[in-house]
Design a protein around this ligand. Structure first.
Ligand code: ZN
Length: 330
């Protein structure tokens, strides 16, 4: 077994202890079925010939502790020892990558707060960039970037699924507050960031964002304007041009996946006025015919006819109120 194999691994989604990951790149959690890409500590090699013997010993000592801590999932300690080692030699890319990994886990909070979206995961990108700058030929960079990027996308999507819910009502209809829409935007941006971090691009999280921006989940980001053209639906205060963003992301995905077919934009519409008017006339006519058929020749025809029409209309109105139909746009 590799000396950098993890000694413990917890599921990114449910926190359960995962087994059978040794030597694998990814593993599926037995409890919740989430596919996890395994992030192992990166092997640190000392190449700087100019270090004094004392500094070399110090560095070796720090590296040993940080790797041991990371293998056991003690990312706080790992982070601290990355810093100590970087003080001795900041030119080793793998040290920056390990620091980015520790920073990722330190900011991930499985159930409670949302540290990672509050900080925009800035630390992680800063440390990965430091690896590129200080050690452009780092052999471990791609693997670190891919596994951090994927897991960042994964955890953000999970947080989106759990946290983004209608949190106010317009009349009887549940809908989203500005705060909730901003939070959704933030998760979108983090998924985009996760894509940018990856060296070998996996488009699945961008595809999720496009699906969401196409109104295919629950938020109606887009709607039709008075000229029946697709336009922004959410308030400008959200600071998000959903239509433009959707187009940009579709182009990015297509660059990496020529087969990609973007989802259509799904727009909910109430029945139009003309259609409702037809219904009123229809129910009136049917009601009158029934009235005439039953009370032919009696005076009741004048009361029952319009009466049935009104009842027909009330039933219809109730059906229509809760019924939307959908139209689809490219
Ligand atoms: Zn799990």
């Amino acid at each position: 077994m590799s000396k950098l194999e993890l000694t413990a691994l917890n599921c990114t989604n449910c926190g359960a202890s995962v087994t059978g990951y040794e030597g694998k790149n990814e593993v599926t959690c037995d409890y919740c079925g989430t596919l996890i890409k395994i992030i192992r500590p990166k092997e640190v090699k000392i190449r700087n010939q100019n270090l004094s013997q004392e500094n070399q010993d110090k560095l070796n000592n720090h590296i040993e502790i940080l790797q041991k801590a990371m293998r056991a999932g003690n990312y706080k300690e790992g982070y601290d020892y990355c810093n100590k080692a970087l003080e001795v030699d900041p030119s080793i890319g793998a040290l920056w990558e390990n620091k980015a990994i520790c920073s990722f886990w330190k900011q991930i909070s499985l159930f409670d707060d949302d540290k990672i979206s509050l900080t925009d995961a800035k630390e992680i990108t800063t440390y990965l960039n430091a690896s590129k700058e200080n050690d452009p030929d780092s052999e471990t960079y791609a693997d670190a970037a891919d596994s951090i990027g994927y897991n960042l996308g994964l955890i953000t999507k999970l947080k989106f699924d759990v946290n983004i819910k209608p949190d106010k009502k317009e009349g009887e209809v549940p809908t989203y507050s500005e705060g909730m829409l901003k939070r959704a935007r933030k998760y979108h941006e983090l998924m985009e960031l996760s894509f940018h971090i990856m060296k070998n691009k996996d488009t699945q999280f961008l595809e999720f964002v496009v699906l969401d921006l196409s109104n295919q989940n629950d938020i109606q980001w887009l709607n039709l304007d008075k000229n029946n053209a697709v336009a922004q639906e959410v308030p400008d205060a959200i600071g998000y041009d959903a239509k433009k963003k959707r187009e940009i992301l579709i182009n990015v995905i297509k660059k990496h996946n020529a087969e990609y077919v973007p989802p259509k934009i799904k727009i909910a519409k109430q029945k139009g006025v003309a259609e409702m008017f037809k219904w009123i006339l229809g129910s009136f006519a049917v009601g009158s015919i029934i009235g005439v058929a039953i009370f032919q020749g009696s005076d009741g025809v004048f009361i029952v006819g319009p009466g049935s029409a009104i009842i027909g209309f009330l039933i219809f109105q109730n059906v229509v109120k809760n019924q939307k139909h959908y139209v689809y746009f490219e």
